[in-house]
Design a protein around this ligand. Structure first.
Ligand code: C2E
Ligand code: CA
Ligand code: CA
Ligand code: CA
Length: 280
């Protein structure tokens, strides 16, 4: 019997080692990918629900590793956060988004499109984001009003005073601030009146299946009326059907994003979409 339980412990240990090794392997590969500029951004359109007009794109990081495997952010962002690589990754994302906007401006003058960049809570704790954005704006000769920055409630819970300072500094640069995955965090709502938030993003978990689910629709309505009362705009994520787009438009949600409109696009396809939107 003892031998059996020892064997089991060994099996657990081996498994723990295997996980640690894999994490470390990914960390090394990710560090290299950042250094060698092997990450790229995909761009998912965000449209006005009332008119269908193209308003902005959310930048979502993509990584194809040296074996040609496509890795999705949910698999490597946590590794980046634990290892501190989220700081160079996050700086790169802001800079890359700025370079993309500058390129779009060169090819489609006056397009006025915006890009939304995701900020991790860890990145906000460890880096000074406003100077990072300022640097990217200077290098690409852009104004801050072309950027939205998406942050999550976890950023606020961790260090509210520091975050408030950062948010005011970002707003002073002209950037729009969006609260991502709204309603899924654990914070109390008092921060909503204290912080300069422009947009609430309704998490996909409330949008998916909401038409057939009275509880979900009640939550969505509550978020929309809260936003309206506080003078904020709203974006619904995860719109996969026409029916959802129409329902959310009727409910008064400002913007929509999801596979119904488009999946995240590689930069050339996003440029093409922007060219069409600007021409019409
Ligand atoms: P998120 O910020 O909530 O981004 C939305 C995610 O939902 C994206 O997944 C997007 O591809 C996906 N999505 C969009 N529309 C639909 C839809 O209609 N149906 C479904 N099922 N999914 C949809 P993605 O690209 O895998 O990104 C996952 C998460 O990784 C993001 O969630 C964000 O938290 C994080 N992330 C992505 N890029 C970055 C980045 O550059 N920096 C940081 N810190 N985090 C990032
Ligand atoms: Ca986001
Ligand atoms: Ca989100
Ligand atoms: Ca989400």
């Amino acid at each position: 019997k003892r031998a059996k339980s020892t064997g089991r412990i060994e099996a657990y240990q081996n498994q723990a080692f295997a996980i640690a090794r894999e994490q470390f392997g990914m960390e090394t590969a990710l560090r290299r990918a950042i250094e060698r500029r092997q990450l790229r951004l995909a761009y998912q359109p965000i449209r006005s629900l009332a008119t269908g007009a193209l308003c902005s794109f959310e930048a979502l990081v993509r990584w194809t590793d040296e074996e040609g495997v496509h890795r999705m952010p949910d698999s490597f962002i946590p590794v980046a956060e634990e290892s501190g690589l989220i700081v160079p990754l996050g700086r790169w994302a802001i800079d890359e988004a700025a370079r993309t906007l500058a390129e779009w401006d060169r090819l489609i003058p006056g397009n006025g499109s915006r890009i939304a960049v995701n900020l991790s809570a860890i990145q906000l704790q460890r880096d000074a984001i406003a100077p990072v954005l300022q640097g990217a704006l200077d290098r690409s000769h852009l104004t801050g009003d072309r950027f939205t920055l998406e942050l999550t409630e976890s950023a606020i819970v961790s260090d509210p005073d520091r975050i408030a300072g950062t948010m005011h500094a970002l707003q002073a640069l002209g950037a729009t601030l969006a609260m991502d995955d709204f309603g899924t965090g654990y914070s109390n709502l008092a921060y909503l009146q204290k912080l300069p938030i422009d947009v609430l993003k309704i998490d996909r978990s409330f949008v998916t299946g909401m038409i057939a689910d009275r509880d979900k629709i009640a939550i969505v309505r509550a978020i929309l009326s809260l936003a309206q009362a506080l003078g904020m705009q709203t974006t619904a994520e995860g719109i996969e059907t026409l029916e959802l787009a129409q329902t959310l438009a009727v409910l008064g949600c400002t913007y929509g994003q999801g596979y119904f409109y488009a999946r995240p696009l590689e930069a050339p396809a996003a440029l093409e979409m922007l060219a069409e939107a600007t021409a019409s």
